[in-house]
Ligand binder design. Structure first.
Ligand SMILES: [Zn+2]
Length: 477
């Protein structure tokens, strides 16, 4: 294999799997493979382990056992330690599976800060901070490989495409948008509500049902008896599904084809399709795990992290039927396995390197997020904006110790902000800053208003007002 062939093979496999794991940047992954496997020539690459993935029981599922080999690690003081020659490493059957194994390996809570990152350097800094590599110069070394081999070209082409895919599930095989919806939803997506159709109808039939405006009903998604997924209301919009505006504004609603009589059973294929869909929804919306409770009070008040509700919570209905209701704990467990949280003990406070951030709101409209950001700043907090999927989140601080995050939370609450602690972050929204010339053109086009308001807006968005102004003068001269 030539070097270019190696790059192309790793890039193709990485592109194939990245989006389903929420990973948006390919170049650092190609560079990691180049560096870790010495262009596929290392002893570990013989087993298609291009990323130096040490074997950990129950972490990766696409491997074919493990092999034993030595290696070395660098300590904080710069010295190297040789690993025992009997160290276990993941073995894979092909390059494709070796790359898939990488994504499975990082698909745990500890590496959640990689999801959605579009900047190669940020990706590398995060993965180093997560404990992936021991080399002290890891970030610089891998980044140098990206530059030397012009790997950025593998990132650009699909950026726009993935952005739009992010807002809806790529599992959808049939789309028929219903007129029965409120657009956009007024709350961030943090809940899943599963319904039963009371009919074993396929996703096309369900689409026709919801296409009727007189029906006054819809759902975001439907799952047919064959497990296929249909979309009727985009995720950015609120479906009319659960007899509760507040629930439907925060939930993704899913109608699952079912029998017409109690217990309204669904097919195994539908159940499997539903689980996949739920995992996909969670990944794209920053829901780290599904939490079910058999206690209605916990469900409707979202207590103890509960983020699954049912139609019967809001109306005198049996929906989702005894069959699906009884499957909710199973669905949550299966989805969490796909999310890499399962029953593992990865959530230990001090050792997993997770950072606690305090969040003061999530918005679909950037202008609303900007307004909240300005408010929080005015109140004296150091705050920033991150983008997760189609949401802009206002966050402050990043604390390795939860107590510090709680102290910050209390300060924010004392000033009247509705805030909570999260370990999720996203792409720094300010990375999309435009050039002074672009902004100058926008100002001329009237997009930034006039006078003082314009000045304030530009400064709030992080632009140097006088720089923009002199560019405008230049353009007019
Ligand atoms: Zn229902």
């Amino acid at each position: 294999m030539t070097k270019q062939e190696f790059i192309d093979s790793i890039a193709a496999a990485a592109k194939k799997y990245a989006s389903s794991y929420g990973i948006k940047v390919i170049s650092p992954i190609i560079a990691q493979a180049i560096l870790e496997s010495a262009w596929g020539a290392s002893s570990k690459a013989k087993y298609h382990n291009y990323f130096g993935l040490k074997y950990r029981a129950n972490r990766v599922t696409c491997n074919n056992g493990y092999f034993e080999d030595g290696g070395s690690e660098q300590s904080a003081d710069g010295t190297y330690t040789n690993l025992p020659s009997a160290t276990a490493w993941y073995a894979f059957d092909s390059l494709d599976l070796g790359v898939k194994g990488y994504f499975e390996f990082i698909n745990i809570a500890n590496y959640a800060n990689l999801k959605g990152v579009t900047d190669a350097k940020v990706y590398l800094k995060n993965i180093k901070a997560d404990g992936y590599a021991t080399s002290l110069k890891y970030v610089d070394n891998v980044y140098a490989v990206i530059i030397a081999n012009n790997l950025f070209q593998y990132d650009e082409s699909n950026e726009e495409k993935e952005e739009s895919e992010l807002s809806n599930s790529s599992l959808v095989s049939f789309t028929k948008i219903s007129p029965n919806k409120s657009s956009p939803r007024n709350h961030a997506i943090d809940t899943i509500t599963i319904h039963c159709v009371v009919g074993q109808c396929n996703v096309e039939t369900l689409g026709n049902v919801f296409a009727s405006a007189t029906r006054q009903a819809s759902s975001n998604y439907g799952v047919g008896p064959d497990g296929r997924v249909g979309m009727y209301v985009e995720e950015k919009d609120r479906s009319w599904c659960s007899s509760s505006s507040s629930n439907d504004n925060r939930a993704i609603t899913i109608e699952v084809a079912s029998d017409t009589t109690s217990p309204y059973a669904v097919t195994d294929a539908a159940l499997a399709g539903l689980i996949k869909l739920c995992a996909d929804i969670c990944k794209r919306n920053g829901i780290s795990k599904l939490v079910w409770s058999t206690d209605k009070n916990q469900r409707i008040n979202h207590l103890n992290g509960c983020n699954m509700t049912v139609h019967r919570d809001y109306a005198n209905k049996s929906c989702p039927g005894e069959y699906l209701y009884g499957k909710h704990a199973y669905i949550a467990a299966e989805v969490n396995k796909l999310l890499g949280v399962g029953t593992s003990t990865e959530t230990n406070d001090s050792t997993n390197g997770a950072l606690y951030r305090v969040q003061c709101g999530a918005f679909f409209q950037k202008s609303n997020a900007d307004a909240m950001l300005a408010k929080v700043k005015t109140a004296g907090f150091d705050t920033y904006l991150v983008q997760v999927g189609c949401l802009y989140k206002v966050q402050t601080g990043a604390y390795s110790i939860k107590a510090n995050a709680e102290a910050q939370l209390n300060k924010l609450k004392a000033k009247g902000f509705d805030a909570f602690i999260t370990t999720k972050t996203g792409i720094a929204a300010t990375v999309t800053k435009k050039s002074v010339a672009e902004i100058a053109k926008e100002v001329i086009a009237g997009k930034w208003g006039n006078g003082d308001a314009r000045k304030q807006k530009l400064q709030a968005a992080g632009y140097n007002y006088s720089e923009v102004q002199s560019k405008i003068n230049e353009l007019f001269s």
